[in-house]
Design a protein. Structure first.
Ligand code: MV4
Length: 447
């Protein structure tokens, strides 16, 4: 097992990882920018190293500074959290070259999944159902027209170096195709330095359902069920739940089994998320994330398994603590992302939190790095905390969530809490009747 883990992140996830390390008796080092000197994770860690000025590129993304911090403190592993360097293959490779364990998959697995064309080709080869479309990159208009005619309109053009909604163009008919292909490719070249694009059938009203997987580092794979993350705004998840209100136990076991086997065959190590669009009872792979995700607590709530413990165990060569048959699903969990943002316009609202009171009681978890008197710096993302509620079933979970939202107080800044108070009173949400466009449509209606 590791002696000392360096946490290369900030905010609630740094605290989340720190807690897991403490439970496992592992010493902790955090790195931080000058803007985060007063952050909770810095106060709670055994050691801290200031690695640079506020901009991420000079601190949380500065690989050399982080490697230096490992060497100075004698850390034997790095947990990257999510965002920042968590899906940076070069970072994983550099750590390996310094004999420091990256708590995550190999640089090669990160690289494969970071290239969306390569990821899709790999998924298909491993038996994962994918969205119908081009076999690889499409460059030529004639070929694009042939593929689009074959799969049928509407189609979507995606950048291979994109992902998470960046660099996509929809063509409703053949008349839109030439411009869509041209602009998608030009924009991808400018944004990512890679102009490769591919074509897929455009699914009009899907849900976003993702499967939590783990590879144990010894060629075995397991799944921890799915999360429904359809409630999003501009590709930012707002509300995530597990299990998906749209799936039954057979569908869960089927897609979970396919994903677990794929992870085993890939020889993948650590946590991963296989993302699907789900429409008319069918799953279509879109991307794979090779990190721990923001919404992992809903999976922890329904399985009772600490996924960060599992990441650390696997990375240290100790394998998973569970086999597939030990993973049981219990009840329902919902996560609300509390952002320091205006709940209508979603413009960031940094500043000082004058009062912070979190709800409690059975089935309530709050993961947050803020406190009363904390000043939110303007340099980073606006997530200040997550409210995760568990119940024996979705109805109980929703009742408990409504009560927890009533208790939650964040004064001094604007937050997305009022949005959630609206959502828990909405009939479509109560019925689980929503797709990836529901939230944006609902917000547009209020204007
Ligand atoms: C799609 C799609 C419809 N059809 N692909 C957006 C994020 C990126 N991960 C993939 N995305 C989409 N891919 C096909 N073939 C619609 C989206 C999409 C979306 C997906 C998940 C959650 C929210 C979304 C919002 C708009 C578009």
């Amino acid at each position: 097992m590791f002696q000392k883990i360096l946490i290369a992140n900030r905010g609630e996830i740094a605290l989340r990882v720190l807690r897991a390390c403490k439970e496992l008796g592992i010493q902790t080092v955090v790195v931080h920018s000058t803007a985060d000197a007063d952050a909770m994770h810095v106060r709670l860690a055994d050691e801290s190293v200031c690695i640079g000025p506020p901009p991420s590129r000079d601190s949380y993304l500065n690989i050399h500074q982080i490697v230096a911090a490992c060497e100075i403190t004698g850390a034997d592993a790095v947990h990257p959290g999510y965002g920042f360097l968590s899906e940076n293959a070069k970072f994983a490779d550099i750590l390996a070259a310094h004999n420091i364990t990256f708590i995550g998959p190999s640089g090669d697995h990160i690289r494969i999944m970071g290239d969306k064309i390569e990821a899709k080709r790999t998924a298909k080869r491993l038996g994962i159902p994918v969205v119908p479309g081009s076999d690889g990159a499409v460059t030529d208009q004639k070929e694009a027209r042939r593929i689009a005619a074959e799969i049928g309109y509407p189609v979507i053009i995606k950048a291979s170096a994109g992902g998470g909604g960046r660099g996509m163009k929809v063509a409703l008919t053949e008349a839109d195709l030439e411009v869509a292909l041209q602009t998608a490719s030009t924009e991808a070249g400018a944004a990512f330095g890679d102009d490769a694009v591919y074509i897929e059938k455009y699914l009009e009203k899907p849900r976003h359902i993702e499967v939590q997987v783990f590879g144990d580092g010894f060629g075995r794979g397991v799944h921890f069920g799915e999360r429904d993350c359809s409630l999003q705004r501009r590709h930012q998840k707002v509300w995530e739940e597990a299990p998906s209100p749209a799936l039954n136990a057979e569908e869960r076991a089927r897609i979970g089994g396919i994903c677990a086997k794929a992870i085993a065959d890939l020889g993948y190590s650590g946590a991963g998320t296989i993302e699907f669009l789900y429409e008319n009872g069918e799953f279509y792979f879109i991307e794979m994330n090779t990190r721990l995700q923001v919404e992992h607590p809903v999976t922890e709530a329904i399985t009772g398994i600490d996924l960060v413990h599992e990441q650390i165990r696997v990375a240290s060569g100790g394998g998973l603590s569970v086999k597939q048959e030990d993973i049981k699903f219990n009840g329902h969990a919902i996560e609300c992302r509390i952002n320091a943002e205006d709940p209508r316009t979603f413009t960031p609202s940094p500043g000082t939190i004058t009062h912070f009171h979190t709800p409690g009681g059975l089935g309530i978890r709050v993961d947050s790095g803020v406190y009363s008197g904390y000043k939110i710096p303007p340099y980073y993302d606006s997530l200040i905390g997550k409210l995760i509620v568990h119940g024996r079933n979705r109805v109980e979970c929703m009742m408990r969530l409504r009560r927890a939202l009533d208790e939650f107080v964040v004064d001094g800044i604007k937050t997305t809490l009022p949005l959630f108070r609206d959502l828990v009173g909405n009939a479509d949400i109560a019925n689980g009747d929503y797709d990836i466009h529901w939230l944006e449509k609902s917000l547009a209606k209020e204007e």
